[in-house]
Design a protein around this ligand. Structure first.
Ligand code: PLP
Length: 405
């Protein structure tokens, strides 16, 4: 059983009033609220033991290093990686994917090779591949989506071929909530000899993810969407593939021996963490993982699905509403439009009622093109949201509608 009262009291960001109304935060797909223990962990690093990691032979530096490295082990455990050496800290999903696009793709792709992605990718898992294709002469291909917001896999046998060297797919769409059959897609990619990257920005925060079971080669996610601080993310990679990548950034920490002419590289993962890392943010991410583990990822997922079903059910009664995305296999995200009201106007009216939702193209313009709309409203939930908030949201939508008749 989920203790919602306790959970809500842990989040200072939920205690505020907006325009004189209690704050309802329905934009967790963009970034999540942070529990006090995460904020405290960050503050404690700055107040109690600020020092750089891996370098100092004194109390604060050793403490910071121990905390920083123990989070690597926590992340490995969270996603069931076989070793913490597979875990590279980055500043977020975007940087993780760019690291693969620069350090792996530019080394391995040649003209005529193919990169396969899908029409439902966030720009972070699309633009880096456009640039990599331009730089290497590789060809970028897309798996289309159907009008119900799922992947159209009818031509997968043609789209995936021995020419496909890199297959990059999202596990859960940030726009539609669609949860893709990722294990099957990884297997299909491997059958053709492709390296497979999973964008897990929207899945790791909301469900249990097992990289060994998925058998993906890379997996990327962000701390700030899973109760952690901004400025920290993760790239998981299989060791033999990480070993076969060129360094992303050059600088301190990533080297072993430097002469005037050349350098040798440090061991993995440090080879890919040049310079002073985001120490406080990594430590904050550790506290976020502790927090999620205390609730249990299965409970988080189950509760969010209950909330989603409640919200979809109530929303579907609103006249003139179009809800996008699939009916089943969906994360706690609801994209919609209401006839005659622009998404941005709706979001602004909701803001006056203290309700934060997103309106726009959600960094996935190809999906908007597909559905023939320029924007949608997106309500996205996390483990701290309640059915009462959903009911309040529905009531506000019904009130707003009255202004537009
Ligand atoms: N991929 C998906 C599916 C996302 O939803 C997001 C962010 O919304 C990203 C990638 C990029 O994440 P970040 O901005 O944290 O790098």
């Amino acid at each position: 059983m989920i203790d919602l009262k306790k959970i809500r009291s842990d989040f200072p960001g939920l205690q505020i009033n907006v325009h004189g109304k209690p704050y309802v935060y329905f934009d967790s797909a963009a970034t999540s609220q942070k529990p006090k223990m995460v904020i405290d962990a960050v503050t404690s690093y700055y107040t109690d033991y600020t020092a750089n990691v891996h370098r100092g032979i004194y109390f604060a530096s050793e403490k910071a290093t121990n905390h920083y490295e123990s989070v690597r082990a926590q992340v490995a455990q969270l996603i069931h990686a076989s070793s913490e050496r597979n875990i590279i800290f980055t500043k977020g999903t975007t940087e993780s994917i760019n690291m693969v696009a620069y350090s792996w793709a530019r080394k391995h792709l040649k003209p005529g090779d193919e990169i396969l992605i899908t029409e439902m990718e966030h720009h972070s898992n699309l633009v880096p591949w456009q640039i990599a294709a331009q730089d290497t002469g590789a060809i970028l291909k897309y798996i289309p989506i159907t009008m119900d917001g799922t992947l159209d896999l009818s031509d997968i046998g043609l789209l995936l071929s021995p020419s496909t060297k890199l297959f990059a797919i999202t596990q859960q769409s940030n726009v539609l909530g669609t949860v893709n059959p990722i294990k099957e897609l990884v297997r299909k990619g491997h059958d053709m000899g492709a390296v497979v990257l999973v964008d897990a920005a929207q899945s790791v925060p909301h469900q249990s993810v097992d990289v060994q079971d998925l058998n993906c080669d890379f997996l990327a996610f962000s701390g700030h969407k899973m109760l952690g601080p901004t400025g920290v993310g993760v790239l998981y990679g299989k060791m033999e593939i990480l070993e076969d990548m060129t360094p992303f950034h050059g600088g301190g920490e990533m080297i072993n021996r430097v002469t005037m002419q050349e350098s040798t590289w440090n061991d993995i993962p440090y080879r890919f963490e040049a310079g002073t890392p985001n120490i406080a943010q990594v430590i904050g991410l550790g506290a976020a993982i502790d927090y999620l583990n205390d609730i249990g990822m299965a409970t988080v997922h189950f509760y969010e699905q209950e909330l989603l079903a409640h919200a979809k059910n109530a929303l579907s009664d609103i006249d003139g509403i179009t809800i996008y995305g699939p009916e089943n296999n969906c994360g706690a995200v609801i994209p919609f439009n209401i006839d005659g009201i622009h998404a941005a106007d709706l979001a602004q009216f909701l803001d006056q009622d203290g309700i934060a939702v997103r309106a726009g193209h959600h960094c996935a313009q190809p999906i908007m093109d597909k559905f023939g709309v320029s924007s949608t409203v997106r309500a996205s939930f996390y483990v701290y949201n309640t059915k009462d908030e959903v009911d309040q949201f529905i009531q506000c939508l019904n009130n707003i509608k009255k202004y537009f008749v």
